[in-house]
Design a protein around this ligand. Sequence first.
Ligand code: NAG
Ligand code: NAG
Ligand code: NAG
Ligand code: ZN
Length: 396
Amino acid sequence: MKYATILVFGLLLSVILLTEKKQQEKKQKQKKLELKKAELCTEAKCKLPDCRCSGVVLPKQKFKGKEQEIPQIVTVTFDDAVNAVNYAQYELLFEGLVNPDNCSAAATFFLSHEYTDYVRVNALYNEGHEIALHSVTHGDGTDYWREANVSTIEQEFGDQLTILEAFAKVDPKSVHGMRLPFLQISGNNTFQAAKNLGLTYDSSWPTQQHTNPPMWPYTLDYLSSQDCQIGPCPTASFPGMWVDPMVTWTDTEGYKCSMFDACVYPPEDNVDVLFEWMLENFNRHYKGNRAPFGIYLHAAWFARGANHFAALKKFLNHLTTMPDVYLTSISRMLEYVRNPSLGKPFKSCEEKPKSTCEPFSCNVQKLSTGEERYMSVCDKCPEVYPWLGNPLGKHQ
Ligand SMILES: *[C@@H]1O[C@H](CO)[C@@H](O)[C@H](O)[C@H]1NC(C)=O
Ligand SMILES: *[C@@H]1O[C@H](CO)[C@@H](O)[C@H](O)[C@H]1NC(C)=O
Ligand SMILES: *[C@@H]1O[C@H](CO)[C@@H](O)[C@H](O)[C@H]1NC(C)=O
Ligand SMILES: [Zn+2]
C-alpha cells in the first residue's frame, strides 16, 4: 500500500515537472522567434570586427585624411546560371588578372539552379572564385519573393546549397552569402532565413542615396540608415549579419542602376566610351572614401554589343595595373572591412580549394513539368532533376 502511494505520488510529480519543463521550453522557443527591434546605431555600442554602423563613411575614424592609403577593393559579381558559354567568357575575363599582392583576382558567383553546369561551377570554385547563393527556382517574379516567408526563403537557398555541395563538390562551409532574385528582399524574413542557414552576408540591397560618399558594408545589429529602394526592408536586429550594399552606378543621363546591365541610358557600344564611363563610376569610390566598388552584372550583358566584353576586360586590366586596387570576392572584402588597415589589405593569398570532380552528363526528368533536362554534374547523376524540396534529385 505504502509503496503504491509513493509510486503514484512520484509519477504525478514527474508528470507535473515534465509538463512544466515543456511549457518553459515552448516559451523559450517563442522568445527565440520574436525578433528584437533594431535600435539606432552608435559607434560606442557597435564595434568591429562583428558590428559596424551603416552611417560610418570610413573603415576607421583614424583613417581620416589618409583616404588615399586605404586599399580600393573591387568586387565583380555575376548572377544566375553558369553554363558552357558564359563560363568561357568568365575564364577569358579573369585570365591573367593579378592583384598588387600577387594573389589572383577573384569574383563572386550568385548561382541559381536551372541550366547551371555544376562541373564548371566546380572549376570556378577551384580557381578561387567565391560561390554564393541565388535560389533554386529563381521564382516567378517579384511578388513571390516580396511575400516569401522564412521557410520558403530558407528552402530556396538551403536547397541550392545542398545542390552545390552534392553536384559541384563545393564545401558548404565556404558559402557565406546570398542575393535575392530581382533584388527583392522581404523585410526581416530574408535576414532571418540567412541567419538560419548560417550565412554571414546579403548583397541584394541597392542604395541610390549613398553613392557620394559611397556606403561601406555594415551589419544589421542596429537600424540601417540605407534608403529602401526595393522593400520591405528589415527593421529587426540581426547581430553580425552583414549587408554588402549595392552602391548604384550612374548612367549617361544621370539615372542610377544597381546592376549596370540595368542602366536605362548606357553608353554606346564602343570600347573607349564604355571604358571611360566605367572609370568615371569607379573614381567616385577611388577618389573618395574608397568604399568597395561593385561591378554587378549578368553574363547576358556581354551580348548587348560587340564591344562590351572587350570594354570590361580593358577596364579590369587597367584596375590591376594600379598599385592599390584589389579585385576580390565579397567574403574576402568583408574580411578586410572587419579588420581594416592602410596599405596592403591581406596578409597572404587565400588558399584555393582542391575539390576533385569526375564529370558526368546526365539526362534526367524534371518532375514538375515532365521535361527532360541535361545536367552536367560531378561524380554521380541524380535520379531525377533536382528541384525545390528534392535537392538531391531522388526518386520519390
Ligand atoms: C520586423 O521585426 C521588427 C522587430 O520585431 C518588427 O517591429 C517589424 O514589424 C517586423 N517587420 C515585419 C514586416 O514583419
Ligand atoms: C609579384 O611578382 C612580381 C613578378 O614575379 C615581383 O616582381 C614582385 O615583387 C611581386 N610582388 C609582391 C608584392 O610580392
Ligand atoms: C510559407 O509559405 C508557403 C508558400 O506560400 C506556405 O506553403 C507555407 O505554409 C508557409 N509557411 C509558414 C510557416 O507560414
Ligand atoms: Zn537572377
